[in-house]
Design a binder for this molecule. Structure first.
Ligand code: HEC
Length: 164
């Protein structure tokens, strides 16, 4: 009787492990390759497709969101393709010639940040794209004390404003 219980427990454990392994494998093989983001990749982003823009006089910003690969964005599947880059640009509301912030999400894939859907987060409080190298990373990256992912959680592939 005792042996039977042990066997049943072992069999259940093994099948549970198998299920976990499958899920894990699926997640890992979602993007087999890795796209190594470099700030130069967003050069000329002002020419990309605009997803959304908003007036934010409350924080003296005019915000525009750009995407580099709109035609490939598979929103029904809920995941953006490898190499997708989203740029949220903030311009001074009072002087729109001035870029005052750049927030970037880049779909790296490979094994980069699987818990953050393989996105890399980057930020600079300037219009200098090269400064994005100084502040970039996985889910531990923060903005004003909150992790980037904290606000983005719950949205399709962590993207708040979807391309429609
Ligand atoms: C306090 C909440 C909050 C935090 C923290 C935050 N975001 Fe966002 N983010 C938003 C909201 C809301 C939007 C939708 C556009 C808007 O309302 O400005 C957005 C939009 C974006 C977009 C455009 C794509 C999309 O999801 O719509 C990018 C890129 C982005 N954020 C990057 C970042 C990065 C990088 C960080 C961290 C350095 C960060 N965000 C931290 C709330 C946040």
């Amino acid at each position: 009787m005792k042996l039977k219980t042990i066997i049943i427990t072992m069999v259940s454990l093994i099948s549970l492990l198998n299920i976990t392994a499958c899920v894990y494998n699926d997640a890992v093989t979602l993007y087999e390759e890795e796209f190594i983001f470099s700030p130069e990749d967003i050069e000329g982003y002002q020419e990309w497709t605009i997803i959304d823009y908003s007036d934010r006089p409350d924080i003296n910003q005019w915000r525009t969101i750009y995407i580099n690969k709109p035609e490939e964005a598979d929103r029904t599947e809920g995941s953006y393709p490898l190499g997708t880059i989203l740029v949220k640009e903030g311009r001074s509301y009072s002087d729109r010639t001035k870029v005052v912030s750049l927030q970037v999400m880049a779909k790296r894939g490979g094994t980069f940040n699987p818990l953050g859907n393989y996105w890399e987060w980057a930020y600079t409080a300037s219009g200098d794209i090269h400064a994005l190298n100084d502040y970039r990373g996985d889910n531990s990256l923060t903005l004003n004390g909150n992790t980037c992912i904290s606000c983005h959680q719950g949205y399709n592939d962590l993207v708040v404003k979807q391309y429609k």
